[in-house]
Design a protein around this ligand. Structure first.
Ligand code: FNR
Length: 403
């Protein structure tokens, strides 16, 4: 679906739901028959038969289509989910400044990062286990990402091997690395990702141990039979870990001994840019910039790790100040609206990533749902550009904020 078709389908969906008695009433009727999706305090699935009109509605739709275990695994955050709520609330508290009479007839959302051209500054964050929500797993995600011209970051914990994903798509891929205690295996994995054509290596540094996640514990999350972390095939057998028992598995395939020296070692194994993902503290951002990281992803892992840590949009300006433009900053966590993308760019990010939203798209409509989610967010971002009176990404700075 191209963007014009998407806009048309949104208009048709809105008209259909009005014809059915109004979106609000339908949503209310639906709310009576089942509890609404409230994981981020946002309401209601689209009316029966209607298309989602925003990313929140994709969540509610996916919730009806995927298993309870998959839903809770994806939606959940760390412990009491204080940070999960805060990721969203902090975005909502920032106000944008509308500007008028600035000829916004030509909008250019393109950007360049690490030598790669992007049509718009939105990428897909690494998320584990796509087969939980779609039979084709990461293959379908990659198809959707390519259709929307978005870069997909493939997780170390993908349920399809990186070689198979790369062979199935012409779209740009990055690879996310969980450095393994087995360094030989890690080196091979880096080389596999590079050989498969991944343009960057995203090293996740915020998960040295398995976090506290009550929702996962409550549903006794484990990978269903027949699904496995294909990138790590062989490793799990070697370590003796049971790859279906999530929390046990986590400790087997994460390395709590990681240090800045390990990052240097990783950088020496590859020619592609090494990006550090999962930095919040300004001190760590500064050290990352000094230690040769090509870029930093300011991230709290979608609020899934250390509960009561700040929202990423709160941490971003401090990281930007610490880094002083020496390396590009990306950010993720709670991006659900085009206005959120605008705010992140205004506060120092070169681009944002989304995690849960495209999984909701995948669970709702497969590859097409992934593309719809990306196109929707992109369109919303372009609308926000126009209404803030900026026509290119380079013009976005703190001036677009109401402060
Ligand atoms: C993640 N995230 C993640 N990060 C990572 O580096 N490797 C991984 O395998 C995963 N797996 C994963 C699974 C699921 C279900 C979620 C929701 C998240 C974190 C992810 O890359 C990203 O930081 C967040 O998802 C961004 O926040 P939002 O957009 O989900 O709010």
């Amino acid at each position: 679906m191209d963007r014009r078709e998407l806009i048309q389908s949104l208009a048709t969906a809105a008209a259909a739901s009005l014809a059915a008695g109004g979106a609000e009433e339908s949503a209310q009727a639906q709310a009576k028959s089942q509890p609404p999706a409230q994981s981020e305090g946002k309401p209601a699935a689209p009316a029966p038969g209607a298309q989602p009109v925003n990313l929140h509605e994709f969540e509610a739709l996916a919730r009806k289509r995927i298993t309870r275990m998959a839903y809770d695994y994806i939606a959940g955050g760390g412990a009491d989910e204080v940070t999960l709520r805060r990721n969203r609330e902090s975005f909502d508290q920032i106000r944008l400044k509308p500007r008028v009479l600035r000829d916004v007839s030509k909008l250019d959302a393109r950007t360049e990062l690490l030598g790669q051209a992007f049509d718009f500054p939105i990428l897909l964050a690494p998320t584990a286990y796509h087969k939980l929500v779609h039979a084709e797993g990461e293959i379908a995600t990659a198809r959707g990402a390519a259709a929307a011209q978005a870069t997909l970051t493939v997780s170390s914990f993908a349920t399809v091997a990186i070689e198979k994903i790369a062979a199935s798509t012409k779209g740009p891929l990055w690879f996310q690395l969980y450095c393994q205690p087995d360094r030989e295996f890690t080196r091979d994995l880096i080389h596999r990702a590079e050989a498969a054509g991944c343009k960057a290596l995203v090293v996740t540094v915020d998960t040295p141990v398995g976090p506290v996640r009550d929702r996962e514990a409550r549903v006794k999350f484990e990978l269903p039979k027949g699904m496995e972390m294909e990138n790590l095939r062989g490793l799990v057998a070697k370590t003796g870990a049971d790859d279906r028992r999530h929390m046990r598995m986590y400790s087997a395939v994460l390395d709590p001994t990681l240090t800045w020296d390990t990052v240097n070692w990783i950088r020496a194994q590859t020619k592609v840019p090494v990006i550090l993902k999962g930095i919040l503290a300004p001190e760590d951002a500064r050290q990352a910039a000094e230690s040769g990281a090509a870029a930093i992803i300011v991230s709290n892992h979608g609020a899934r790790n250390l509960d009561t840590s700040p929202a990423t949009i709160e941490a971003l300006p401090r990281a930007a100040e610490a880094v002083q433009g020496r390396v590009p900053l990306l950010m993720d966590g709670g991006v659900r609206r085009g206005t959120d993308v605008m705010k992140a760019l205004a506060l120092g990010a070169s681009a944002v990533l989304i995690g849960r939203p495209y999984l909701w798209g995948l669970g709702s409509y497969g590859a097409d749902g992934v593309a719809q989610v990306v196109n929707m967010l992109r369109t919303e971002f372009e609308v926000a550009m126009a209404l803030c009176g900026v026509t290119s990404v380079g013009q976005i700075n703190r001036e677009v904020l109401w402060q």
